[in-house]
Write a protein that binds this ligand. Structure first.
Ligand code: SF4
Ligand code: SF3
Length: 541
């Protein structure tokens, strides 16, 4: 196997024997084969668009299947076999429809339509034949193609979440199809590859805008909300991941059953949504970021629901209590479909729950764009009279590497006249720190999940308009941590928007060659993190 799509890739180069994440070679090969099958499906989807043949089932399937290949989402070979089979059925059906509409439907030269083998071993062999690899004969183009593919996986995840709540745009699907075709073209040109990478950032902005509209349309704009980190005596169910619709359905189905609902990981900001916080049994938050789940899940006294990334190999101690949903999968773990949570509710009722109240700290959430813009006047005034010197967006993924302590230390060392904005699961490095406030404005503002990066962008744009300067000239610095491919998509969006001088860590992507990195440094001033002291000094002078 070869996989280098995430930050924790082996030796900073690539996982070759087994994934550091736990991905096995069979799943790696099946994921590669699925991506290849999607590219063939995309070819017909793109041809069809020339004659107004647009198949929504194909479009949604494409993003769902791409999402399944994202880091820490689906580790179940059987689910990948089903996805590959479905891709082939959809491809062959669409081919006939497009043919009937009068379009030439042969795949471009150099590609032959693949026929899936009947056995698992055969499919794995086929996957190994189309495996994603760095390419020594053309390293920079391959690097850009892989940047595009990994960014696309992030776009697919955001678009998938948005469509669940009824927000879609044909432009997003059209680009995903075009880009998948380009990735498998024999000889794409360097400029074409570069512009596709930036276009991926543009399309991701649209996908994130749709997701923002989906979440706020369904549940209202988040409002400042205090979230207890302790627990209430009684039965308890834990909801992890990013999918608000799943959470809403769980809240509905547990109503009146004596069960308290807790969030885990990236679900924390859900407490700020009026349409979700209205449920009296939506109690609080339990645990921290994904990489601590073995320890935290083992102690949780109720069922655990994984709505999206990031799942880790379940320990025996809780393997029977954990359930997967949506695109998430783990072999022999019960998968919940069609929002029927009965198995998880029954499991919760059979488990002990919390025997007594557990006191704990609390944290504030709900500082998404609507809240922050609601106090824009006070913020602008504080910047003008120099009560606020600088804003830091310390945002992105968490992970297990010791180097990620940088972000905790960085936030601890941010001077008292500066504000820290945050989003995504990297915040668990400092989310419960009391940083106080500046004239009533909290110094630590949680904008939301990684899914809410659009909100952070809107805040930056609003500030730039208020001060009549470009975002790059605001007293704002971006200090980002990445782990998986949603972070890649967000980074491409920031580059597309021309945001400069981003500090990125804890390490730079293995799939970016030194030549491609040079382009990023030259055009965008992107730089690796160093130490909190050095970086703060460089930013604040
Ligand atoms: Fe390795 Fe990351 Fe790929 Fe998992 S997703 S196999 S850790 S590079
Ligand atoms: Fe985290 Fe997986 Fe990226 Fe949503 S939950 S930010 S890593």
């Amino acid at each position: 196997m070869f996989c280098y799509q995430c930050e924790q890739t082996a030796k900073g180069e690539g996982c070759t024997k087994v994934g550091v994440c736990g991905k096995q070679p069979d799943v790696a090969a099946l994921q590669d084969l699925l991506v290849y099958a999607l590219a063939e499906l995309s070819f017909y989807a793109a041809e069809g668009r020339k004659v107004e043949v647009v198949d929504r089932e194909v479009d949604v399937f494409t993003i769902e299947a791409l999402f399944a290949t994202l880091t820490n989402v689906d580790f179940d070979p059987a689910r990948f076999v089903a996805l590959i089979d479905r891709a082939v059925v959809l491809r062959d059906t669409l081919k006939e429809t497009v043919k009937a509409a009068g379009v030439k439907v042969e795949l471009p030269t150099g590609q032959s339509q693949f026929k899936p083998e009947a056995t698992l071993e055969g499919l794995i062999r086929q996957g190994e034949g189309v495996a994603i690899q760095p390419d020594s004969s053309n390293p920079d183009i391959t690097s850009l193609k892989h940047t595009l593919l990994f960014g696309l996986k992030g776009v697919a995840a955001y678009a998938y979440h948005a469509q669940i709540l009824g927000q879609e745009d044909n432009a997003v699907y059209t680009f995903i199809h075009e880009a998948l075709i380009a990735i498998f073209k024999k000889a794409p040109d360097l400029n074409e590859a570069l512009s596709l990478v930036l276009k991926c950032g543009e399309i991701n902005l649209r996908a994130m805008e749709l997701l923002d509209a989906a979440n706020t349309g369904a549940y209202g704009h988040p409002v400042p909300t205090k979230v207890p980190l302790g627990a209430k005596k009684g039965k308890a169910v834990l909801v992890s991941g990013h999918d608000l619709k799943d959470l809403e359905e769980i809240l509905k189905q547990t109503e009146g059953k004596g069960i308290y609902v807790y969030t885990h990981g990236e679900m924390l900001p859900a407490h700020g949504y009026p349409g979700l916080k209205k449920y009296p049994h939506f109690h609080g938050h339990y645990g921290t970021a994904w990489q601590n789940q073995h320890k935290e899940f083992a102690r949780f006294p109720g069922a655990i629901l994984m709505t999206t990334n990031c799942i880790q190999k379940p320990n025996d101690s809780y393997k029977d209590n954990i359930f997967t949903l949506g695109t998430v999968g783990w072999p022999n773990v019960t998968h919940i479909s069609n929002h029927n949570y009965t198995p998880a509710i029954e499991k919760t009722l059979a488990m002990p729950g919390f025997p007594e109240d557990v006191n704990g700290k609390s944290v504030m959430v709900g500082f998404a764009r609507n809240t922050v813009m609601g106090v824009a006047g006070a913020v602008i005034e504080a910047v003008k009279n120099k009560t606020i010197r600088h804003f830091f967006l310390v945002a992105g993924c968490d992970g297990a590497k010791p180097g990620r302590n940088y972000y905790t230390e960085f936030v601890e060392k941010v001077p008292e006249d500066c504000i820290v904005l945050t989003l995504a699961c990297g915040k668990f490095r400092f989310f419960d720190k009391d940083l106080g406030d500046i004239g009533g404005i909290p110094r630590l503002l949680d904008i939301g999940q990684c899914n809410d990066a659009y909100s952070a962008i809107q805040i930056a744009v609003a500030l730039s308009k208020a001060f009549n300067v470009s975002v790059n000239d605001l007293p704002l610095s971006l200090v980002l941590s990445w782990y998986e491919q949603k972070a890649v998509a967000i980074l491409l969006t920031l580059l597309y928007l021309g945001i400069k001088n981003i500090r990125l860590g804890p390490s730079l992507p293995a799939f970016v060659t030194s030549n491609v990195l040079d382009v990023l440094v030259k055009n965008f001033g992107i730089k690796p993190i160093t130490t909190p002291d050095e970086d703060l000094k460089a930013i604040l002078g």
